[in-house]
Design a protein around this ligand. Structure first.
Ligand SMILES: CC(C)(COP(=O)(O)OP(=O)(O)OC[C@H]1O[C@@H](n2cnc3c(N)ncnc32)[C@H](O)[C@@H]1OP(=O)(O)O)[C@@H](O)C(=O)NCCC(=O)NCCS
Length: 244
């Protein structure tokens, strides 16, 4: 089946597959097809109904991101989002792996469906969180689903409660949108991220292993990389070379 799918999509340079950690048959099928293991992601969920959000979640110093800080938010992404699976893929240049989430958020982050909270100290941006109420999933599944998508805290301000406060502010806002369930995923070795989710009531529900396969000539991979995002049915840029 794997070979069939790969044959049917001739115009793709790169495959990213994720399978359940327990699915040893699928894992070995990917390994046999030449896929490279690049990391583990954990999924967490929190019900806003069974454990209502305390009032104090609405009393943080976080505010919606003003327009003039959007560029600063994107720049912070470059400084912080380096623990990602592209770092563990030798086909991806270091600088590209550093930039990947900045490019992803520049394409998607400030679009209508996402909301952004920030925390600052005077003029200094301490951190931000992107999250969304997921209309499509909510309609399909029947509950009211939301997700926390990206969070980053300035390295100089880490470990002082900013990340936890941003999570709280986002959850409080999602309650006001009538969300009933919130999901989040992160790299399995991102202990601070897992910790701040656990502290605001998330529980780990599952984990996946991630595999990459480059199907175009190796020589090109390190020199022609473009980060392009599939957001449903069509890529956001014209020439799709890279899928995240
Ligand atoms: C994840 C992140 C947002 C956390 O922000 P933060 O402001 O440092 O978070 P807080 O200060 O509220 O809490 C950090 C918690 O992690 C714990 N922690 C920090 N480093 C840790 C480590 N190496 N191992 C285990 N726990 C760790 C801290 O002890 C603290 O928990 P505690 O309050 O129980 O002591 C921040 O580390 C970050 O920006 N990371 C880079 C971007 C990223 O990975 N984002 C998540 C993926 S979307």
């Amino acid at each position: 089946m794997l070979n069939y799918v790969m044959d049917q999509i001739p115009d793709v340079d790169f495959f990213d597959c994720r399978v359940s950690t327990a699915d040893i048959n699928a894992i070995q099928a990917l390994e046999n097809a030449g896929f490279r293991f690049v990391g583990k992601e954990v999924y967490m969920a929190r019900s806003l109904v069974q454990s209502p959000v305390p009032k104090e979640y609405g009393q943080t110093d976080c505010i919606p991101c003003p327009y003039e800080l959007q560029t600063e938010v994107l720049e912070l992404t470059k400084k912080t989002h380096f623990h990602n699976r592209y770092m563990y893929d030798p086909e991806v240049r270091h600088q590209d792996a550093v930039n990947v989430y900045r490019k992803y958020l520049a394409d998607l982050g400030f679009k209508k469906e996402f909301r952004t909270m920030i925390m600052r100290n005077g003029q200094k941006l301490l951190g931000f969180i992107f999250y969304k109420y997921n209309n499509v999933l909510s309609q399909i599944v029947g509950n009211k689903y939301a997700s926390l998508d990206f969070i980053a805290v300035n390295p100089e301000a880490q470990n002082s409660g900013v990340g936890e406060a941003l999570n709280k502010a986002a959850l409080f806002d999602l309650v006001r949108s009538s969300a009933t369930h919130v999901v989040v995923r992160t790299f399995g070795s991102n202990y601070p991220a897992i910790r701040i989710c656990q502290k605001v009531g998330f529980k780990i529900t599952s984990s996946d292993l991630h595999f990459h396969l480059w199907v175009r000539p190796r020589a090109q991979a390190k020199h022609r990389l473009q980060f392009i995002v599939f957001t449903g049915n069509r890529p956001s840029l014209a020439s799709t070379k890279f899928i995240i």
